[in-house]
Each structure stands twice: as C-alpha cells, then as structure tokens.
Design a protein around this ligand. Structure first.
Ligand code: SF4
Length: 301
C-alpha cells in the first residue's frame, strides 16, 4: 500500500492537484463535538477546538527525524520536492474535506449540534499536522489568506528555516510556535536527528527573531531519559529569546513514536509541573496554567 493510501486509512485527506497538503480531524475536535472536553489551546488561548482545521501544507517535507514524533518519519524529505499547490486551492479543498470527515457526527445523538453547525465553518487553522511548514515555499501567502479570512493560525515550526521566519515578519501568523527540543546542541542532535547541517545554529537564529512577532510560544516537548534535563540551560535560551509564552509539554507515547520511545519516556503531569517550576526558578517566567489531560504547563513573563 503506498504512503498516501496508508495515511488516508489513518484519516488524512489530501487537497490540491499535487496532493502535498492534507487535513486530519484532531482528537480534541471530536471530543469537543461530543461535549467531552477541549484542547489546552482552547483553555489557554481561547481558540475553539471544534472549529479547528488541523492541516499541513507539506505532509512529506521535514528536515528532522525527531524521536518523539507521532508521525511516520520514514516518508519525509528534508527539502521541498515537486510542484507547489496554491494556498487558496489548498485551504478551500481542506475545508471541504474537513466538512465531509465531520458529517458522521450528524447522526450521533451525543453530538452538540450547535457546535456541529459551527464546525462546518472552521475559524482556526493549526498548521501543525505533519512535516515542517516553513519548507512550503508559499507559506507567507497561505498565512495572508488565513488572516484575510479572519481566521486564526497557529504555526508550529522546528525553527530550522530562519529565512522563512524572517519573511513571515511581514505576514504574521496569529500565533507562532517554535519547538525547542533540547537544552544544547549535543542533545538536539540525539533527539531530533537533523538531516541538515547547522540545525542548532539555525534554531537559535529563529529564536532571535521572535521579538518581532506579536504572539509567540516556545514549546518544550519533554521526553524522560532524553531531553528532560538541564532546565537552567533551557531557561537561558528562553530568557534570551523572550517569547510571550512557554509550554512545558510532555512527550506522549502515541502513533509511530511508540516504536522509537514508548511509555518509559513519557513524563507524568507531576513531573512536568516539577520541571516547569525549575524553568520558573531560573528565568523571569511564571507558571500561569496547566492542563492534566495533555500534561502541559504554561508560563508567561
Ligand atoms: S489547536 Fe491543536 S489540539 Fe487544539 S483542536 Fe486544533 S489541532 Fe487539536
């Protein structure tokens, strides 16, 4: 079975002539429609989980092979390969696919029908489904399109393409996330398996650009026995970059990551809270929130 067929079986739906972009219903969108809870981003930042479009402009394009990644990292290329679909084509097609995917909720008696109607009009785009979005050459145009449609965009990048982040200064996503997956270069190489040279230097360059953006988050994806160490080193990098928020987030043993890491690397919520307290101790950031279900703690300056 080819990769696309396999991903479609897992719930991905591709959009555009060249089929490099895709959408997949987030588990929290489902939970919200069932009235069983919302994602921590709704709790912390006020977006609506039931109106969120979880998408990727380039599913197969990533220059990292992170040990904690829940996706299949064997299908990714470190460079953008092939023709490029236009942002408008992608966004329209993926919204259409999301509506089709959500249709099943209509016949389900536990569905909150008011939310179901609202879900047909997504107003939040999580550009975080798979791959490294900064490899998509038309990312600034995609962000502009989302902004022009009065939708919010959460762009999650691994930080290794500062030249694209620089371009985005004039095309700002609603919220820019940079994943900081290590306190230093040695642990970065072990954790992220970069397929590029100078990955760490590039991430530091991206972090130096954050002050130019309105809403910024540095997310620490923490794995026990791997990168959940040296909080003082993390704090030093964070203090220099000055993001608006920090998320200390537990690695979750899900998807393909189970073959690489597994439950032994998954911190408990208590362990995440303890690590966040260490970040608080070594920086000017204060803990302002947490959510147990996602094992995440939020800090702000
Ligand atoms: S913001 Fe993220 S976790 Fe929340 S509903 Fe969207 S994709 Fe899911």
């Amino acid at each position: 079975m080819n990769d696309k067929k396999r991903l479609e079986k897992m719930g991905y739906r591709f959009g555009g002539k060249n089929k490099h972009a895709a959408v997949k219903i987030c588990e929290w969108t489902r939970e919200s429609l069932r009235g069983k809870g919302v994602c921590y981003k709704e709790k912390f930042y006020g977006i609506k989980s039931h109106r969120c479009l979880q998408m990727a402009p380039g599913v197969n394009s990533c220059n990292h092979k992170c040990a904690f990644c829940w996706r299949d990292i064997n299908i990714t290329n470190p460079k953008w390969n092939g023709p490029i679909d236009e942002p408008e084509v992608i966004l329209n097609k993926l919204i259409e696919e999301q509506r089709k995917l959500l249709m099943g909720f209509k016949g389900f008696d536990k569905t909150d029908m008011k939310k179901f109607k609202e879900a047909m009009e997504p107003n939040q785009v999580a550009i975080s489904l798979a791959g490294e979005p900064c490899l998509y050459p038309k990312l600034p145009e995609l962000v502009d399109l989302i902004n022009n449609r009065k939708m919010t965009s959460f762009l999650v990048t691994n930080g290794t393409i500062p030249e694209m982040v620089k371009k985005l200064e004039k095309h700002q996503p609603y919220q820019l996330y940079v994943t900081l997956a290590a306190p230093n270069e040695e642990i970065y190489k072990k954790t992220c398996g970069p397929m590029i040279k100078n990955g760490w230097k590039k991430i530091m360059k991206t972090l130096s650009l954050l002050k130019k953006f309105k809403r910024t988050v540095i997310r620490l994806t923490l794995c026990k026995n791997l990168n959940m160490i040296n909080p003082e080193e993390y704090a030093k990098i964070i203090e220099k970059a000055k993001p608006k928020w920090i998320e200390c987030k537990a690695y979750m043993s899900i998807g393909y990551s189970r073959d690489r890491l597994g439950p032994a690397y998954m911190p408990t919520h208590e362990e995440i809270k303890k690590f966040a307290k260490e970040i608080e101790k070594h920086s000017s950031y204060k803990i302002v929130g947490d959510q147990k279900a996602s094992r995440v703690v939020l800090l702000t300056a």
